[in-house]
Structures are given as C-alpha cells and as structure tokens.
Write a protein that binds this ligand. Structure first.
Ligand SMILES: [Zn+2]
Length: 505
C-alpha cells in the first residue's frame, strides 16, 4: 500500500463513488437484479479504513473555519464517516435491494403486486375498502420482512458511528461534522407545527370530505396516498408529453437540458425499475442519469421536475473542481435546486405555460398545491423530530413504533401504521437536508424573481446565471452560505408559512 494523502484519497474516492453509483443505478433502474456493493468496498479498502478516517479528521481539526481547506476537509470527513458506516452495512443493503426487487404483495382481490409498485397501486385504488385491505397486506409484509432488516441496519449504523468517537453520541457526532444544529432545526419544526396547526385543522376535513368522502377522524395514511394522487387534474399533465415539456422549459431559460449529452434521460418502462423517479450521478459532471417511469399526472410532473433539478446541478458542476466539491458537501444544496424546479408546480405562470390546466382551473389547483405543501412540510417536521428521538437512544427501539405513530399521525391528521416506523426513516438525517432545502429554494426563488422577473423559468438569461452562480459551484458552499451569498441573511421556515397562506387564500 502506498502512502495515503488527501490527493490519493480524492482520486480513489471519486473512482469508488463512480463504481458504487453505477451499481446502484443499474439495480434501481431494473437493469440488474441486485447491486453488488461489497466487492467495491473491498477493492477500495485502503481509502475506507482507520488511516483514511484519521487523515480526514486531522485535516478537519487543523484547518481554519471558513476556508476552502476547511470546506474540503469537512466534506471529505463527512463522506468518510458515511461511507465507513455504510461499509459493514453493504451486505444488509444488498439483501434489502434484492428483497425489495423481488417481494410481492397478494392483494385481497387476487392480484399479485410488486412491493415496489404498492404505493402507486394503493394511491390508484378508488374503492376504499380495497385500498385499506391492500395497505394492510403491505403493512403485514413490511412488519414481518422489511422492518426487521431496516431495524438491524439502523442499530448497526448507530453503534458504528458512536464507536468512532467523533463526539458524544450519534446526534452529537452528526452535528459536529455537518455543522447542522439538530436542536435548532427541531425547535423550528415544533414551532412550524404549532403555527400551522389551526390552518391545517381548518383545511383537512373539507378536503377529505370533498375528495374521498371520509371524515377526518377516519383518515389513514393509505388515504393520504390516494388523496395526493390528485387525479382530478391529471388530464392536464399527460405522461407522453412530460419529457418534451420539461426539455422545452429548460431550453427556454437558456439551458441545454442534456448538458451537452452529459444528462441521459432513462424514461422507458422496465420491470424492476423503481416506481419513484431518481437521479443517478454516475460521473459528475460527465454522466448523469435521470430515471423515471412516466405515468403522467401531477405527482409524476412533480418528481420529474425535482429530479431534473438534481440532474442539471450535477451535469453542470464545474469539472475543474476537486472531487469533494463536485460530489460531496451539504446535500441541502442539491435538494434546494431540485425543489426550486418542483415548486414550479405551485407557480401559476409556469402551470399556464407548460400544462393544459387553463386559467379556469389554476386557482383551485394552487389551493390543492398549498394544501399538499402544508401536508408535506408538517410530515417532514414530524419526521425530523421522530428521527432525532430514534437516534438519541433515549427511547427504546421497541417503543419507537408507538412514538412514530403518535408524532406522524398528529402532525398530518392521517393515522400512520406502526409497521413503517423503521422503514419511513431517511438515512443519515436526510430529512434535515430536505427541510433546509425547502427554506433555501424559497430564498432562491425570490432572488431569481428579483433578477429575472416572476417568469424567470422562461427568461433566457436566468439559466446561464443559474449555471454560473449555482450549478457550477457544486456543493462548495453549504445552504446557509448560499442564502447569505444571494443576500437573504439566514435560512428560516417562516417565509414558507406566508407562501402556503397565499396559496390557500
Ligand atoms: Zn431530491
């Protein structure tokens, strides 16, 4: 083994990430039965051991705050920890991916449904009794087979992180390395839940009665899936036009949607392909996959826009940047670009130009969008509070399902199932990144509006600005730094409440 320094860590780290990402892309896109991750971890053992961790820890501790050296060290350390934690779990991940790709649910009406497709099936089932029965069959399978796998993974991950001795416990070490205060974020989530409680209580019952014909006291999470399918407007979002529309919009803002061929659209129907859209940056910026199964409808447009934002971010990252600024860093940033795009579904100008919704329906559609935004934000606030309790070690594993049901049900008004307590967990506090991204996208939308007007999405000057100021920078800056760079001061959840109020008005 040759001497390990940061230079070698970068070079091999990038090669490692490319192999892992390609393997995951192939498995999730249904091109391979399972991802073979362990051989890759073995091949790159040198950069995923104690020596590598010490190297990045030393660099982190010996660099001054607010310098590029510190940003570099922080990104590399965070990545080392995450990857090293994932290494002993790779076997569990392989087993889980294989299970998810082959598990099936036996529907009460005799059909055999792929586990991956269950959420879509449940959402599309208009017969409520069948919908609930289908979800029960799903929950039973989750409880018996999926949840134990995830619980084991969560426990082993927590033990592993704590064994590294970075800081006190799991939560403290996350905060030390990422600079994200979980306490502050949880406090603002609690405040958001309080501040929007009456708004939610005023809105939910009417929507449930009108859309599903049920009382708020009966609503279950399966009903939420059906509700947010929003089939009422799906005709305005045809699947066969989706890709063309998105390419047109991006082109109108002065961006090549394929980034000179670096972004590849994988939209074909394929068995084993995940039902949820995803973006796979296999080589950044040279080879970025945007993968989805285009069914059409509002939620499909939403996810397409979201993943498109990621794809553009990775596809336009500056190739001159070192590995850590192109690949690593604060994922709140890439999520905010994704949300900046998916929030066009709350933008009347965008909707009127790129969909056939029409001016007579756009008002009611936006009220629905406001309702959904409030639901998802309340859900994510509750998730963060729950996940913080999960990792704190203060609640016994066996008691977490009850806590999950009570927090999520109270925040959303839909009764959650205890079976999902270990499955509905975003790895490594990804929920925190989402919550920060939500705040940053609102800041960025204001900045773009100030510079390029309310229809910045079709302003040919907006795209080049976005590429130069945002995408090309990769994740060199974190979410707070970008907010202050565009003159917004600090990130806050409060502007989101005002936006939701205006949508619901
Ligand atoms: Zn995303």
């Amino acid at each position: 083994m040759t001497f390990l320094d940061l230079q070698r860590l970068r070079a091999e780290g990038q090669a490692f990430m490319e192999m892992i990402s390609r393997e995951s892309y192939l498995a999730y896109a249904g091109l391979k039965k399972t991802a073979e991750l362990q051989p890759i971890y073995e091949k790159y053992g040198d950069i995923l051991g104690e020596e590598a961790l010490d190297l990045t820890l030393d660099a982190f501790r010996s660099t001054a705050q607010d310098t590029d050296d510190r940003r570099s060290a922080q990104a590399l350390l965070e990545w080392e920890i995450e990857t090293q934690a994932a290494k002993p779990l790779a076997g569990l991940d392989e087993r889980e991916i294989e299970w998810e790709n082959s598990a099936v649910i036996h529907s009460p009406d005799g059909r055999v449904i792929q586990y991956q497709a269950a959420p879509i099936e449940i959402a599309n089932t208009s017969d409520r009794a069948l919908r609930l029965a289908l979800d029960q069959a799903r929950a039973k399978l989750v409880k018996e087979e999926h949840a134990p796998m995830r619980l084991e993974r969560l426990q082993r991950e927590k033990e592993y992180i704590e064994s590294l001795g970075i800081d006190g416990d799991y939560n403290a070490s996350f905060e030390a390395v990422t600079g994200i205060s979980l306490d502050a974020l949880a406090t603002s989530c609690e405040r958001f839940l309080r501040d929007t409680e009456s708004m939610w209580d005023d809105t939910l019952p009417g929507v449930l009665k009108k859309s599903l014909g049920i009382k708020a006291s009966q609503a279950k999470r399966a009903d939420a899936l059906a509700l947010f399918r929003a089939s009422e407007y799906d005709d305005a979002f045809p699947g066969n036009e989706m890709e063309t529309v998105m390419r047109r919009q991006v082109s109108e803002m002065g961006i090549d949607p394929t980034a000179d061929g670096r972004i590849i659209f994988d939209v074909g129907e394929r068995e084993g392909k995940r039902s949820r859209a995803f973006c796979s940056p296999v080589r950044v910026p040279e080879e970025v996959y945007l993968v989805l199964r285009p069914h059409g409808g509002q939620s499909d447009y939403n996810t397409f826009l979201h993943e498109l934002g990621h794809a553009l971010h990775y596809g336009y990252a500056s190739p001159d940047y070192p590995f850590e600024f192109r690949w690593l860093g604060d994922n709140s940033v890439t999520e905010s670009y994704a949300m900046l795009f998916d929030h066009r579904m709350q933008d009347s100008g965008w909707l009127l130009r790129y969909t056939s919704l029409g001016s007579n329906r756009v008002g009611s559609f936006l009220r629905t969008a406001g309702f959904e935004e409030l639901h998802f934000l309340r859900r994510y606030c509750a998730k963060l509070i729950y996940e913080r309790a999960l990792y704190s070690g203060e609640v016994r594993w066996s008691e977490l399902p009850d806590l999950y049901v009570s927090l999520l049900s109270k925040a959303t008004g839909f009764e959650y199932d205890a079976a999902d307590a270990f499955v509905d967990v975003d790895p490594r506090y990804y929920s925190a990144r989402y919550l920060r991204a939500w705040q940053l996208q609102s800041v960025l939308n204001e900045e773009l509006t100030a510079r390029f007007d309310v229809d910045w999405f079709r302003n040919p000057s907006a795209g080049p600005w976005m590429i130069g100021e945002l995408f090309a920078q990769g994740q060199l800056d974190n979410a707070e730094e970008i907010a202050s760079r565009v003159g917004a001061g600090t990130l806050s959840i409060q502007p989101l409440i005002r936006k939701i109020e205006s949508l619901l008005a």
